[in-house]
Design a protein around this ligand. Structure first.
Ligand code: ZN
Length: 381
């Protein structure tokens, strides 16, 4: 929803609050375990190694005995996702299937509240556009789709990750988005188009396959675009710039799809690129994420720690891969987490290994090869 000149009536807010189960809402972000009648987990609002963050399903509230943060499901979303009050209520209404009949709002309120929502909306439009272009247009199928198929990606995988294609035109997305009612300004603010000095705009992603980047609740924040031709003058990957909704240091590619398996397996595999994530996921290793577009940050490590204290880094067996893996290890250890490392045989990377081996072989290889970081150093200097 882009423009929303309405306010949520009080009785609807109450209805949403009553329907929301705090343990379900918090549970999407924090790994909770049962303790008596409550659930406990590591507080997402301060650094801690033993859980003092308590959720009470009976009282329908959460409280952290470490930092004092407490409140309802709405408070949690406002604090955690930096939502405004109406945004938090709308999100919960969506989750619990409650219809909101809205009342009118002032133009100032609308503008403020909708700027972020506007960027989410235009990003979703772009993701749909790229996905449709990949699957339903001649050039998309001939160029983008066949590239993914060559890489061994199945249609269900393409669908799951909402992979797309941006055609070799200067303004295909800009034209389509404006026709659908989105402004140049919001396209630019979302990093989808670049303004020219002499006026006008052009698409940031052109003739590239597209990997949409989602937040943990599955909303599209940004994109990574991979080039399909051999052109040394052009970067292999183009990524969305930071925006009001896209803070790279606090986002992990694949986490939205991986989070449940990360909790279940109590381990998170960390790989280098978009295609590594997609390949491993398709091979049945679903607890996998990548810090694509940046080198690993403390914010990203904290994000993983909400779900598990264990990270296994998978990197190429070449010198650059090994070096990259050791940069991350230090930070992970400092965050109080357990790190293991898998170095792939020379000439192999997670993507190629996943393609040339069965899911069971891959699983066995990862289990057998994961070394704690000191051993890994000795094992392959
Ligand atoms: Zn706390």
């Amino acid at each position: 929803m882009y423009l929303c000149p309405m306010m949520i009536p009080k009785h609807t807010v109450q209805e949403v609050l009553d329907a929301s189960k705090v343990e379900e809402v918090v549970g999407e972000y924090v790994q909770l375990s049962k303790r008596g009648v409550n659930r406990i987990g590591l507080c997402p609002f301060h650094n801690e190694k033993t859980p003092s963050f308590t959720v009470s399903p009976a009282k329908n509230i959460y409280k952290c005995f470490g930092c004092g943060e407490s409140g309802s499901s709405v408070d949690f979303l406002m604090k955690h996702e930096h939502f405004s009050f109406p945004q938090a209520v709308r999100r919960l209404a969506e989750k619990y299937g409650i219809h909101i009949e809205e009342e009118e709002q002032t133009p100032e309120q609308i503008a403020k509240e909708n700027e972020r929502e506007g960027l989410f909306a235009v990003s979703k439009f772009a993701a749909d556009f790229f996905y449709k272009t990949l699957n339903e247009t001649d050039s998309g199928r001939a160029i983008g789709h066949s590239y993914f198929v060559e890489r061994g990606f199945r249609q269900e995988t393409i669908d799951k990750f909402q992979l797309g294609y941006s055609p070799e035109e200067w303004d295909a997305l800009a034209v389509a988005a404006q026709a659908a009612g989105y402004s140049i300004d919001s396209l630019a603010k979302a990093g989808l188009v670049i303004k020219k000095d002499q006026g006008g705009v052009y698409d940031r992603f052109r003739n590239r396959v597209i990997f949409p980047i989602h937040n943990i609740s599955g909303r599209v924040l940004g994109f990574g675009g991979r080039i399909l031709i051999n052109d040394k003058k052009k970067p292999k990957y183009v990524n969305s710039p930071e925006s009001l909704i896209y803070d790279k240091s606090n986002v992990l590619f694949g986490l939205y799809l991986a989070k449940n398996q990360i909790i279940k397996k109590d381990n998170c595999y960390l790989v280098e690129g978009y295609t590594d994530v997609v390949s491993l996921f398709q091979s049945g290793i679903e607890n996998v994420v990548s810090s694509s577009g940046t080198s690993l940050t403390e914010g990203q490590i904290k994000l993983i720690r909400r779900y598990t204290p264990n990270i296994t880094i998978l990197y190429d067996g070449d010198a650059a891969g090994i070096k990259a893996s050791f940069r991350g290890i230090d930070m992970i250890v400092r965050a109080g987490m357990n790190v293991r490392v898998v170095l792939f045989p020379d000439g192999e990377d997670p993507d190629s290994y996943a393609k040339s081996h069965s899911a069971d072989e891959l699983d066995a290889f990862l289990e057998k090869s994961a070394k704690n970081f000191i051993c890994a150093k000795l094992w392959k200097p």
